[in-house]
Design a protein around this ligand. Sequence first.
Ligand code: NOJ
Length: 567
Amino acid sequence: MRRKFASAVLMLVVLAVASPALQAQTKTTGAQGHPWYQNAVFYEIYPRSFMDSNGDGVGDLNGIASKLDYLHDLGVDAIWIAPCFPSPQVDFGYDVSDYENIDPMYGTLADFDRLQKLGEEHGIRIILDLVVNHTSDQHPWFIDSRSSRTSEKRDWYIWRDGKGKNPPNNWLSTFGGSAWQWDRKTNQYYYHFFYAQQPDLNWRNPAVVDAMYGTTAWWYQRGVAGFRLDAVDTLYEDPNLKDNPVLPGKNAFGDPNLQNIYNDKLPEVHTALKGLRAVADKYNAVLIGETWTDNVAELKEYYGAGHDELQMPMDLMLTELTFSAPVLREHIKAVEASGEWPAYVISNHDIVRAWNRYGDGRHNDAIAKDMAAMYLTLRGTPIMYYGEEIGMQNNDPKRREDVKDPIGRTGWPKEKGRDGERTPMQWSADPHAGFTTGTPWNAIPGTYRAYNVADELKDPDSILNWYKGLLALRHTNPALLEGRYVALDENNPNVLSYLRKSNGGAAIIVINLSAAPQKVNFDLSPQGLRAGSAKTLMTTQAPLKENSSVEQLALEPFAVYIAEVRK
Ligand code: NOJ
Protein backbone atom coordinates (compact mmCIF):
# COMPACT_ATOMS: atom_id res chain seq x y z
CA MET A 1 0.00 0.00 0.00
CA ARG A 2 2.67 2.43 1.13
CA ARG A 3 4.76 1.52 -1.89
CA LYS A 4 1.85 2.12 -4.22
CA PHE A 5 1.28 5.53 -2.64
CA ALA A 6 4.98 6.36 -2.85
CA SER A 7 5.13 5.50 -6.51
CA ALA A 8 1.98 7.54 -7.21
CA VAL A 9 3.56 10.54 -5.51
CA LEU A 10 6.76 9.96 -7.42
CA MET A 11 4.81 9.82 -10.66
CA LEU A 12 3.17 13.16 -9.89
CA VAL A 13 6.55 14.72 -9.12
CA VAL A 14 8.02 13.33 -12.32
CA LEU A 15 5.09 14.62 -14.35
CA ALA A 16 5.29 18.04 -12.73
CA VAL A 17 9.01 18.33 -13.40
CA ALA A 18 8.86 16.91 -16.87
CA SER A 19 5.53 18.34 -17.89
CA PRO A 20 6.57 20.86 -20.60
CA ALA A 21 8.56 18.26 -22.45
CA LEU A 22 6.01 15.50 -22.03
CA GLN A 23 3.29 17.83 -23.16
CA ALA A 24 5.12 18.31 -26.43
CA GLN A 25 4.92 14.60 -27.03
CA THR A 26 1.41 13.96 -25.76
CA LYS A 27 -0.65 16.68 -27.46
CA THR A 28 -1.11 14.02 -29.99
CA THR A 29 -4.26 13.90 -31.96
CA GLY A 30 -5.98 16.31 -34.28
CA ALA A 31 -9.74 16.71 -34.32
CA GLN A 32 -10.09 13.70 -36.60
CA GLY A 33 -7.96 11.41 -34.48
CA HIS A 34 -4.73 11.61 -36.42
CA PRO A 35 -1.53 11.18 -34.46
CA TRP A 36 0.25 14.53 -34.31
CA TYR A 37 2.87 13.66 -36.90
CA GLN A 38 0.25 12.98 -39.57
CA ASN A 39 -0.98 16.55 -39.57
CA ALA A 40 2.50 18.00 -39.22
CA VAL A 41 5.04 19.36 -41.68
CA PHE A 42 8.60 18.30 -40.95
CA TYR A 43 11.66 20.31 -41.94
CA GLU A 44 15.21 18.99 -42.05
CA ILE A 45 17.94 21.28 -40.74
CA TYR A 46 21.57 20.60 -41.51
CA PRO A 47 22.89 22.36 -38.40
CA ARG A 48 26.28 23.38 -39.86
CA SER A 49 24.44 25.37 -42.48
CA PHE A 50 21.28 26.83 -41.03
CA MET A 51 22.29 29.86 -38.97
CA ASP A 52 25.52 30.82 -37.26
CA SER A 53 25.01 32.75 -34.00
CA ASN A 54 28.64 33.21 -32.95
CA GLY A 55 30.51 34.18 -36.10
CA ASP A 56 32.66 31.04 -36.40
CA GLY A 57 31.27 30.29 -39.84
CA VAL A 58 29.41 27.16 -38.72
CA GLY A 59 25.72 27.04 -37.86
CA ASP A 60 24.68 26.19 -34.29
CA LEU A 61 21.73 25.52 -31.99
CA ASN A 62 21.37 29.14 -30.93
CA GLY A 63 21.28 30.01 -34.61
CA ILE A 64 18.37 27.61 -35.09
CA ALA A 65 16.66 29.12 -32.03
CA SER A 66 16.95 32.57 -33.58
CA LYS A 67 15.02 31.36 -36.64
CA LEU A 68 12.06 29.70 -34.94
CA ASP A 69 9.82 32.65 -35.80
CA TYR A 70 10.69 32.15 -39.45
CA LEU A 71 9.93 28.42 -39.26
CA HIS A 72 6.69 29.01 -37.42
CA ASP A 73 5.54 31.58 -39.98
CA LEU A 74 6.51 29.22 -42.77
CA GLY A 75 4.21 26.56 -41.31
CA VAL A 76 6.70 24.05 -39.94
CA ASP A 77 5.59 21.84 -37.03
CA ALA A 78 8.70 19.74 -36.40
CA ILE A 79 12.37 20.15 -37.17
CA TRP A 80 14.68 17.21 -37.74
CA ILE A 81 18.18 18.32 -36.82
CA ALA A 82 20.93 16.27 -38.54
CA PRO A 83 23.42 14.95 -35.95
CA CYS A 84 24.60 17.62 -33.51
CA PHE A 85 26.27 15.23 -31.04
CA PRO A 86 29.99 15.31 -30.24
CA SER A 87 31.82 14.03 -33.29
CA PRO A 88 35.24 14.21 -34.96
CA GLN A 89 33.18 15.37 -38.00
CA VAL A 90 34.76 12.98 -40.49
CA ASP A 91 31.25 12.50 -41.89
CA PHE A 92 30.03 15.86 -40.59
CA GLY A 93 28.38 14.46 -37.48
CA TYR A 94 27.32 11.04 -38.76
CA ASP A 95 30.32 9.72 -36.83
CA VAL A 96 29.12 10.12 -33.25
CA SER A 97 31.55 9.93 -30.32
CA ASP A 98 28.99 10.59 -27.57
CA TYR A 99 25.26 10.03 -28.07
CA GLU A 100 24.17 11.95 -24.99
CA ASN A 101 25.69 15.36 -25.47
CA ILE A 102 25.97 18.26 -27.93
CA ASP A 103 29.10 18.98 -29.95
CA PRO A 104 30.68 22.23 -28.66
CA MET A 105 30.66 23.44 -32.26
CA TYR A 106 26.85 23.53 -32.02
CA GLY A 107 26.51 24.60 -28.38
CA THR A 108 25.75 22.86 -25.11
CA LEU A 109 23.03 20.69 -23.61
CA ALA A 110 21.71 23.86 -21.98
CA ASP A 111 21.41 25.42 -25.46
CA PHE A 112 19.58 22.31 -26.56
CA ASP A 113 17.15 22.55 -23.64
CA ARG A 114 16.56 26.20 -24.43
CA LEU A 115 15.90 25.38 -28.08
CA GLN A 116 13.51 22.65 -27.03
CA LYS A 117 11.63 25.06 -24.77
CA LEU A 118 11.50 27.79 -27.40
CA GLY A 119 10.35 25.18 -29.87
CA GLU A 120 7.43 24.33 -27.61
CA GLU A 121 6.52 28.00 -27.40
CA HIS A 122 6.52 28.14 -31.20
CA GLY A 123 4.63 24.87 -31.63
CA ILE A 124 7.70 23.24 -33.15
CA ARG A 125 8.82 19.80 -32.01
CA ILE A 126 12.40 18.60 -32.14
CA ILE A 127 13.42 15.40 -33.90
CA LEU A 128 17.02 14.24 -33.53
CA ASP A 129 19.01 12.12 -35.92
CA LEU A 130 20.15 8.86 -34.39
CA VAL A 131 23.07 7.14 -36.05
CA VAL A 132 22.21 3.59 -35.10
CA ASN A 133 24.32 1.62 -37.55
CA HIS A 134 27.77 2.78 -36.47
CA THR A 135 29.70 5.08 -34.16
CA SER A 136 32.81 7.14 -34.64
CA ASP A 137 36.09 5.27 -34.22
CA GLN A 138 36.67 7.84 -31.44
CA HIS A 139 33.66 6.71 -29.43
CA PRO A 140 34.81 5.27 -26.08
CA TRP A 141 33.00 2.02 -26.99
CA PHE A 142 35.19 1.54 -30.04
CA ILE A 143 38.34 2.72 -28.29
CA ASP A 144 37.73 -0.02 -25.76
CA SER A 145 36.72 -2.52 -28.44
CA ARG A 146 39.92 -2.12 -30.45
CA SER A 147 42.17 -2.10 -27.39
CA SER A 148 42.43 -5.90 -27.21
CA ARG A 149 40.71 -9.06 -28.39
CA THR A 150 39.44 -9.64 -24.88
CA SER A 151 38.27 -6.13 -24.08
CA GLU A 152 34.83 -5.72 -22.56
CA LYS A 153 33.40 -4.09 -25.66
CA ARG A 154 35.21 -6.19 -28.27
CA ASP A 155 31.93 -7.75 -29.37
CA TRP A 156 30.17 -4.39 -29.67
CA TYR A 157 31.60 -4.13 -33.19
CA ILE A 158 32.21 -6.65 -35.96
CA TRP A 159 35.70 -8.09 -35.82
CA ARG A 160 36.88 -10.95 -38.01
CA ASP A 161 40.05 -12.67 -39.15
CA GLY A 162 41.09 -12.11 -42.73
CA LYS A 163 41.34 -14.75 -45.43
CA GLY A 164 45.09 -15.05 -45.71
CA LYS A 165 46.24 -11.57 -46.56
CA ASN A 166 42.79 -10.55 -47.73
CA PRO A 167 39.76 -9.16 -45.93
CA PRO A 168 37.13 -11.64 -44.70
CA ASN A 169 34.96 -11.24 -47.82
CA ASN A 170 34.23 -9.03 -50.84
CA TRP A 171 31.90 -6.53 -49.14
CA LEU A 172 32.47 -2.93 -50.09
CA SER A 173 32.00 0.31 -48.23
CA THR A 174 29.35 2.47 -49.86
CA PHE A 175 31.92 5.26 -49.56
CA GLY A 176 34.53 3.34 -51.61
CA GLY A 177 36.99 0.49 -51.10
CA SER A 178 36.72 -2.61 -48.93
CA ALA A 179 34.27 -2.52 -46.02
CA TRP A 180 36.97 -4.12 -43.86
CA GLN A 181 39.69 -2.20 -42.08
CA TRP A 182 42.79 -4.01 -40.88
CA ASP A 183 43.71 -3.24 -37.28
CA ARG A 184 47.38 -3.86 -36.59
CA LYS A 185 47.11 -3.89 -32.84
CA THR A 186 44.81 -6.90 -32.58
CA ASN A 187 45.49 -8.42 -36.01
CA GLN A 188 41.89 -8.52 -37.11
CA TYR A 189 39.63 -6.62 -39.46
CA TYR A 190 36.66 -4.54 -38.38
CA TYR A 191 33.64 -3.89 -40.56
CA HIS A 192 32.45 -0.44 -41.69
CA PHE A 193 29.69 0.07 -44.25
CA PHE A 194 30.56 3.78 -44.41
CA TYR A 195 33.98 5.41 -43.72
CA ALA A 196 36.68 3.44 -41.91
CA GLN A 197 36.20 5.98 -39.11
CA GLN A 198 32.59 4.74 -38.77
CA PRO A 199 32.83 1.15 -37.47
CA ASP A 200 29.52 -0.75 -37.60
CA LEU A 201 27.94 -1.64 -34.29
CA ASN A 202 27.16 -5.29 -33.72
CA TRP A 203 23.39 -5.33 -33.38
CA ARG A 204 23.50 -9.06 -32.60
CA ASN A 205 24.96 -8.13 -29.23
CA PRO A 206 22.11 -7.44 -26.75
CA ALA A 207 24.29 -4.94 -24.86
CA VAL A 208 24.48 -2.78 -28.02
CA VAL A 209 20.73 -3.01 -28.50
CA ASP A 210 20.14 -1.96 -24.89
CA ALA A 211 22.56 0.94 -25.18
CA MET A 212 20.83 2.30 -28.26
CA TYR A 213 17.33 1.86 -26.82
CA GLY A 214 18.57 3.59 -23.66
CA THR A 215 19.91 6.52 -25.66
CA THR A 216 16.55 7.10 -27.28
CA ALA A 217 14.81 7.04 -23.87
CA TRP A 218 17.39 9.50 -22.51
CA TRP A 219 16.48 12.01 -25.22
CA TYR A 220 12.75 11.38 -24.99
CA GLN A 221 12.95 12.24 -21.31
CA ARG A 222 14.54 15.52 -22.35
CA GLY A 223 11.52 16.20 -24.51
CA VAL A 224 12.59 15.09 -27.95
CA ALA A 225 9.54 14.18 -30.05
CA GLY A 226 11.18 11.47 -32.13
CA PHE A 227 14.13 10.36 -34.19
CA ARG A 228 15.16 10.12 -37.75
CA LEU A 229 17.00 6.81 -37.76
CA ASP A 230 20.08 6.84 -39.94
CA ALA A 231 21.03 3.97 -42.25
CA VAL A 232 18.58 1.43 -40.84
CA ASP A 233 18.84 -0.74 -43.93
CA THR A 234 22.34 -1.84 -42.99
CA LEU A 235 22.00 -2.59 -39.27
CA TYR A 236 22.65 -6.32 -39.71
CA GLU A 237 25.08 -8.46 -41.64
CA ASP A 238 25.00 -12.13 -42.55
CA PRO A 239 26.90 -13.87 -39.70
CA ASN A 240 28.51 -16.27 -42.18
CA LEU A 241 29.89 -13.32 -44.12
CA LYS A 242 29.00 -14.75 -47.52
CA ASP A 243 30.39 -12.85 -50.51
CA ASN A 244 27.93 -10.54 -52.23
CA PRO A 245 27.20 -11.36 -55.89
CA VAL A 246 29.24 -9.28 -58.32
CA LEU A 247 27.37 -7.34 -60.99
CA PRO A 248 28.73 -5.98 -64.26
CA GLY A 249 30.48 -2.59 -64.28
CA LYS A 250 32.20 -0.34 -61.76
CA ASN A 251 30.94 2.40 -59.46
CA ALA A 252 32.19 6.01 -59.13
CA PHE A 253 35.00 4.83 -56.86
CA GLY A 254 36.22 2.29 -59.42
CA ASP A 255 34.98 -0.64 -57.31
CA PRO A 256 32.99 -3.50 -58.85
CA ASN A 257 29.23 -3.20 -58.53
CA LEU A 258 27.88 -5.63 -55.97
CA GLN A 259 24.43 -6.77 -55.07
CA ASN A 260 24.41 -6.21 -51.31
CA ILE A 261 22.23 -9.15 -50.38
CA TYR A 262 24.23 -10.19 -47.32
CA ASN A 263 24.70 -6.82 -45.62
CA ASP A 264 21.64 -4.79 -46.56
CA LYS A 265 17.98 -5.10 -45.48
CA LEU A 266 18.38 -8.33 -43.55
CA PRO A 267 15.13 -9.49 -41.90
CA GLU A 268 16.61 -8.90 -38.42
CA VAL A 269 16.37 -5.14 -39.06
CA HIS A 270 12.66 -5.42 -38.34
CA THR A 271 13.28 -6.87 -34.89
CA ALA A 272 15.50 -3.92 -34.03
CA LEU A 273 12.93 -1.45 -35.31
CA LYS A 274 10.18 -3.08 -33.27
CA GLY A 275 12.32 -2.62 -30.19
CA LEU A 276 13.04 1.03 -30.95
CA ARG A 277 9.34 1.55 -31.58
CA ALA A 278 8.37 -0.01 -28.26
CA VAL A 279 10.52 2.62 -26.51
CA ALA A 280 9.17 5.40 -28.74
CA ASP A 281 5.58 4.41 -27.98
CA LYS A 282 6.12 4.99 -24.29
CA TYR A 283 6.76 8.64 -25.12
CA ASN A 284 4.34 9.01 -28.00
CA ALA A 285 7.33 9.71 -30.17
CA VAL A 286 7.68 9.29 -33.90
CA LEU A 287 10.30 7.27 -35.77
CA ILE A 288 11.31 8.36 -39.23
CA GLY A 289 13.52 6.02 -41.20
CA GLU A 290 16.23 6.61 -43.73
CA THR A 291 14.81 3.85 -45.86
CA TRP A 292 16.27 3.45 -49.33
CA THR A 293 13.88 1.07 -50.98
CA ASP A 294 13.55 -0.22 -54.51
CA ASN A 295 9.79 -0.40 -54.53
CA VAL A 296 6.69 0.35 -52.49
CA ALA A 297 6.37 -3.24 -51.29
CA GLU A 298 9.77 -2.94 -49.64
CA LEU A 299 8.83 0.43 -48.15
CA LYS A 300 5.64 -1.06 -46.72
CA GLU A 301 7.65 -3.59 -44.74
CA TYR A 302 9.22 -0.79 -42.72
CA TYR A 303 5.88 0.14 -41.17
CA GLY A 304 5.79 -3.35 -39.67
CA ALA A 305 3.13 -5.95 -40.34
CA GLY A 306 1.46 -4.93 -37.06
CA HIS A 307 2.23 -1.24 -37.54
CA ASP A 308 4.83 -1.67 -34.87
CA GLU A 309 7.97 -0.40 -36.61
CA LEU A 310 8.47 3.02 -38.22
CA GLN A 311 5.54 5.42 -38.39
CA MET A 312 7.32 7.35 -41.14
CA PRO A 313 9.73 5.38 -43.31
CA MET A 314 10.83 7.98 -45.82
CA ASP A 315 9.73 7.55 -49.40
CA LEU A 316 13.11 8.32 -50.93
CA MET A 317 12.07 6.74 -54.21
CA LEU A 318 10.38 10.01 -55.07
CA THR A 319 13.79 11.68 -55.18
CA GLU A 320 14.82 9.30 -57.95
CA LEU A 321 11.84 9.76 -60.23
CA THR A 322 11.80 11.97 -63.28
CA PHE A 323 9.60 15.02 -63.53
CA SER A 324 6.84 13.42 -65.58
CA ALA A 325 3.10 13.13 -65.03
CA PRO A 326 2.83 9.39 -65.84
CA VAL A 327 5.89 8.52 -63.75
CA LEU A 328 4.75 10.47 -60.69
CA ARG A 329 1.13 9.30 -61.06
CA GLU A 330 2.24 5.68 -61.20
CA HIS A 331 4.31 6.08 -58.06
CA ILE A 332 1.54 7.82 -56.11
CA LYS A 333 -0.85 5.07 -57.20
CA ALA A 334 1.46 2.38 -55.82
CA VAL A 335 1.97 4.27 -52.56
CA GLU A 336 -1.78 4.78 -52.17
CA ALA A 337 -2.43 1.11 -52.90
CA SER A 338 -0.12 0.16 -50.06
CA GLY A 339 -2.62 1.68 -47.65
CA GLU A 340 0.11 3.21 -45.48
CA TRP A 341 0.65 6.80 -44.39
CA PRO A 342 3.26 8.20 -46.80
CA ALA A 343 6.26 10.28 -45.73
CA TYR A 344 7.25 12.16 -48.85
CA VAL A 345 10.66 13.71 -49.36
CA ILE A 346 11.98 15.57 -52.39
CA SER A 347 15.45 16.55 -51.11
CA ASN A 348 17.94 16.04 -48.33
CA HIS A 349 21.59 16.51 -47.40
CA ASP A 350 22.76 13.51 -49.44
CA ILE A 351 21.24 14.24 -52.81
CA VAL A 352 21.36 17.03 -55.37
CA ARG A 353 18.85 19.74 -54.51
CA ALA A 354 15.33 19.35 -55.87
CA TRP A 355 15.59 22.64 -57.78
CA ASN A 356 18.40 21.19 -59.90
CA ARG A 357 17.28 17.57 -59.97
CA TYR A 358 13.74 18.04 -61.28
CA GLY A 359 14.54 21.27 -63.11
CA ASP A 360 14.99 21.33 -66.90
CA GLY A 361 17.60 24.10 -66.80
CA ARG A 362 15.12 26.74 -68.05
CA HIS A 363 11.99 26.59 -65.94
CA ASN A 364 13.42 25.46 -62.64
CA ASP A 365 11.53 27.99 -60.51
CA ALA A 366 8.21 26.96 -62.01
CA ILE A 367 9.11 23.30 -61.65
CA ALA A 368 10.04 23.88 -57.99
CA LYS A 369 6.52 25.24 -57.46
CA ASP A 370 5.02 22.23 -59.26
CA MET A 371 6.86 19.75 -57.07
CA ALA A 372 5.90 21.67 -53.94
CA ALA A 373 2.26 21.75 -55.02
CA MET A 374 2.35 18.02 -55.53
CA TYR A 375 4.02 16.72 -52.41
CA LEU A 376 2.46 19.27 -50.08
CA THR A 377 -1.07 18.44 -51.20
CA LEU A 378 -0.79 14.67 -51.30
CA ARG A 379 -2.04 12.50 -48.46
CA GLY A 380 0.86 11.92 -46.09
CA THR A 381 3.46 13.85 -44.14
CA PRO A 382 5.98 15.91 -46.09
CA ILE A 383 9.56 16.30 -44.91
CA MET A 384 11.11 19.46 -46.34
CA TYR A 385 14.82 20.19 -46.61
CA TYR A 386 16.01 23.62 -45.49
CA GLY A 387 16.32 26.08 -48.36
CA GLU A 388 14.10 24.10 -50.70
CA GLU A 389 11.39 26.66 -49.94
CA ILE A 390 13.46 29.48 -51.43
CA GLY A 391 14.70 27.52 -54.45
CA MET A 392 18.22 26.95 -53.17
CA GLN A 393 20.51 25.40 -55.72
CA ASN A 394 23.43 23.02 -55.60
CA ASN A 395 26.83 24.61 -55.49
CA ASP A 396 29.19 21.74 -56.24
CA PRO A 397 32.93 22.26 -55.80
CA LYS A 398 34.70 23.10 -59.05
CA ARG A 399 38.08 21.72 -57.99
CA ARG A 400 39.00 18.58 -56.12
CA GLU A 401 41.08 20.56 -53.62
CA ASP A 402 37.98 22.49 -52.54
CA VAL A 403 35.96 19.39 -51.66
CA LYS A 404 35.09 18.94 -47.99
CA ASP A 405 33.03 15.76 -48.06
CA PRO A 406 35.60 12.92 -48.19
CA ILE A 407 33.70 10.88 -50.79
CA GLY A 408 34.03 13.83 -53.15
CA ARG A 409 37.80 13.51 -52.97
CA THR A 410 37.97 9.74 -53.39
CA GLY A 411 35.30 9.73 -56.09
CA TRP A 412 36.41 12.84 -58.00
CA PRO A 413 35.38 13.73 -60.68
CA LYS A 414 32.48 11.27 -61.02
CA GLU A 415 31.41 11.71 -57.39
CA LYS A 416 31.90 15.31 -56.24
CA GLY A 417 30.57 14.67 -52.76
CA ARG A 418 27.67 16.32 -50.99
CA ASP A 419 29.04 19.81 -50.27
CA GLY A 420 26.86 21.23 -53.05
CA GLU A 421 23.56 20.48 -51.33
CA ARG A 422 24.79 21.51 -47.87
CA THR A 423 25.57 25.18 -48.44
CA PRO A 424 24.54 27.83 -45.89
CA MET A 425 20.92 28.91 -45.76
CA GLN A 426 20.36 32.07 -47.76
CA TRP A 427 18.70 34.51 -45.40
CA SER A 428 19.29 37.78 -47.25
CA ALA A 429 21.33 39.49 -49.95
CA ASP A 430 23.80 40.65 -47.27
CA PRO A 431 27.37 39.33 -47.28
CA HIS A 432 27.48 35.56 -46.79
CA ALA A 433 23.74 35.53 -47.35
CA GLY A 434 23.18 36.73 -43.78
CA PHE A 435 24.24 33.29 -42.51
CA THR A 436 27.35 34.35 -40.61
CA THR A 437 29.44 37.37 -39.75
CA GLY A 438 32.52 35.15 -40.13
CA THR A 439 33.76 33.02 -43.00
CA PRO A 440 31.19 30.39 -43.97
CA TRP A 441 32.44 26.80 -43.75
CA ASN A 442 31.03 25.99 -47.20
CA ALA A 443 30.83 28.12 -50.34
CA ILE A 444 27.56 29.98 -50.96
CA PRO A 445 26.43 30.19 -54.59
CA GLY A 446 26.20 33.68 -56.10
CA THR A 447 22.52 33.03 -56.80
CA TYR A 448 21.82 33.88 -53.14
CA ARG A 449 21.43 37.52 -54.21
CA ALA A 450 18.16 36.60 -55.90
CA TYR A 451 17.17 33.51 -53.92
CA ASN A 452 17.01 34.52 -50.27
CA VAL A 453 14.42 34.72 -47.51
CA ALA A 454 14.37 38.51 -47.05
CA ASP A 455 13.77 39.31 -50.71
CA GLU A 456 11.43 36.43 -51.39
CA LEU A 457 9.23 37.40 -48.48
CA LYS A 458 8.60 40.70 -50.25
CA ASP A 459 7.74 39.10 -53.58
CA PRO A 460 4.20 37.67 -53.71
CA ASP A 461 5.18 35.35 -56.58
CA SER A 462 8.31 33.95 -54.96
CA ILE A 463 8.90 30.27 -54.34
CA LEU A 464 8.91 31.07 -50.62
CA ASN A 465 5.47 32.65 -50.66
CA TRP A 466 4.20 29.75 -52.74
CA TYR A 467 5.42 27.32 -50.06
CA LYS A 468 3.95 29.46 -47.29
CA GLY A 469 0.59 29.51 -49.02
CA LEU A 470 0.62 25.75 -49.56
CA LEU A 471 1.56 25.03 -45.97
CA ALA A 472 -1.14 27.34 -44.64
CA LEU A 473 -3.64 25.62 -46.90
CA ARG A 474 -2.69 22.10 -45.90
CA HIS A 475 -2.99 23.02 -42.24
CA THR A 476 -6.48 24.44 -42.59
CA ASN A 477 -8.23 22.79 -45.52
CA PRO A 478 -10.18 19.72 -44.32
CA ALA A 479 -9.82 17.94 -47.67
CA LEU A 480 -6.05 18.34 -47.62
CA LEU A 481 -5.84 17.26 -44.01
CA GLU A 482 -8.22 14.36 -44.24
CA GLY A 483 -9.20 13.58 -47.76
CA ARG A 484 -8.48 10.42 -49.64
CA TYR A 485 -6.59 10.59 -52.89
CA VAL A 486 -8.56 10.12 -56.11
CA ALA A 487 -6.59 10.14 -59.34
CA LEU A 488 -8.17 12.07 -62.24
CA ASP A 489 -7.50 12.13 -65.98
CA GLU A 490 -5.20 9.16 -65.56
CA ASN A 491 -4.01 8.88 -69.13
CA ASN A 492 -2.91 12.47 -69.49
CA PRO A 493 0.81 12.45 -70.41
CA ASN A 494 1.43 16.04 -69.29
CA VAL A 495 -0.94 17.06 -66.54
CA LEU A 496 -1.13 15.48 -63.11
CA SER A 497 -4.59 15.89 -61.57
CA TYR A 498 -6.23 14.49 -58.50
CA LEU A 499 -8.84 15.09 -55.88
CA ARG A 500 -8.48 15.05 -52.15
CA LYS A 501 -11.89 14.10 -50.94
CA SER A 502 -13.21 13.99 -47.40
CA ASN A 503 -16.57 14.28 -45.67
CA GLY A 504 -15.66 17.87 -44.93
CA GLY A 505 -15.14 18.80 -48.59
CA ALA A 506 -13.02 18.21 -51.65
CA ALA A 507 -10.10 19.87 -53.35
CA ILE A 508 -8.89 19.42 -56.90
CA ILE A 509 -5.20 19.76 -57.72
CA VAL A 510 -4.14 20.20 -61.33
CA ILE A 511 -0.45 20.52 -62.25
CA ASN A 512 0.82 21.02 -65.77
CA LEU A 513 4.18 19.26 -65.74
CA SER A 514 5.02 20.29 -69.27
CA ALA A 515 6.59 23.29 -70.97
CA ALA A 516 3.60 23.58 -73.32
CA PRO A 517 0.14 25.02 -72.66
CA GLN A 518 -2.38 22.26 -71.94
CA LYS A 519 -6.17 21.97 -72.00
CA VAL A 520 -7.91 19.71 -69.51
CA ASN A 521 -11.59 18.90 -68.94
CA PHE A 522 -13.10 17.44 -65.83
CA ASP A 523 -16.42 15.79 -65.26
CA LEU A 524 -16.57 15.24 -61.52
CA SER A 525 -20.06 13.76 -61.44
CA PRO A 526 -18.74 10.18 -60.93
CA GLN A 527 -17.24 11.54 -57.71
CA GLY A 528 -20.52 13.21 -56.76
CA LEU A 529 -19.03 16.68 -57.26
CA ARG A 530 -19.87 19.53 -59.60
CA ALA A 531 -17.11 20.68 -61.94
CA GLY A 532 -18.90 24.03 -62.08
CA SER A 533 -18.59 24.61 -58.34
CA ALA A 534 -14.88 25.46 -58.24
CA LYS A 535 -13.50 28.08 -55.92
CA THR A 536 -9.83 28.77 -56.45
CA LEU A 537 -7.64 28.19 -53.43
CA MET A 538 -4.22 28.74 -55.00
CA THR A 539 -2.83 29.06 -58.49
CA THR A 540 0.33 30.14 -60.25
CA GLN A 541 -1.78 31.40 -63.16
CA ALA A 542 -3.17 34.81 -62.18
CA PRO A 543 -6.28 34.81 -64.45
CA LEU A 544 -7.43 31.55 -62.84
CA LYS A 545 -7.78 33.23 -59.45
CA GLU A 546 -11.38 34.11 -60.32
CA ASN A 547 -12.10 30.82 -62.06
CA SER A 548 -15.25 28.98 -61.05
CA SER A 549 -15.30 25.81 -63.13
CA VAL A 550 -12.97 22.95 -63.96
CA GLU A 551 -15.10 21.70 -66.83
CA GLN A 552 -12.52 23.21 -69.16
CA LEU A 553 -9.20 24.57 -68.01
CA ALA A 554 -6.55 26.12 -70.23
CA LEU A 555 -3.25 25.86 -68.41
CA GLU A 556 -0.08 27.80 -69.04
CA PRO A 557 3.20 25.85 -69.10
CA PHE A 558 3.93 24.40 -65.62
CA ALA A 559 0.80 26.03 -64.17
CA VAL A 560 -0.71 24.84 -60.90
CA TYR A 561 -4.38 25.17 -60.11
CA ILE A 562 -5.87 24.19 -56.74
CA ALA A 563 -9.55 24.67 -55.99
CA GLU A 564 -12.29 23.64 -53.67
CA VAL A 565 -15.09 21.73 -55.41
CA ARG A 566 -18.53 20.95 -54.02
CA LYS A 567 -21.43 18.56 -54.39
C1 NOJ B 1 23.10 8.56 -44.17
C2 NOJ B 1 23.31 10.01 -43.90
O1 NOJ B 1 22.20 10.72 -44.38
C3 NOJ B 1 24.60 10.40 -44.58
O2 NOJ B 1 24.79 11.77 -44.60
C4 NOJ B 1 25.72 9.68 -43.87
O3 NOJ B 1 26.93 9.93 -44.54
C5 NOJ B 1 25.47 8.17 -43.84
N1 NOJ B 1 24.12 7.82 -43.52
C6 NOJ B 1 26.36 7.52 -42.83
O4 NOJ B 1 25.92 7.83 -41.54
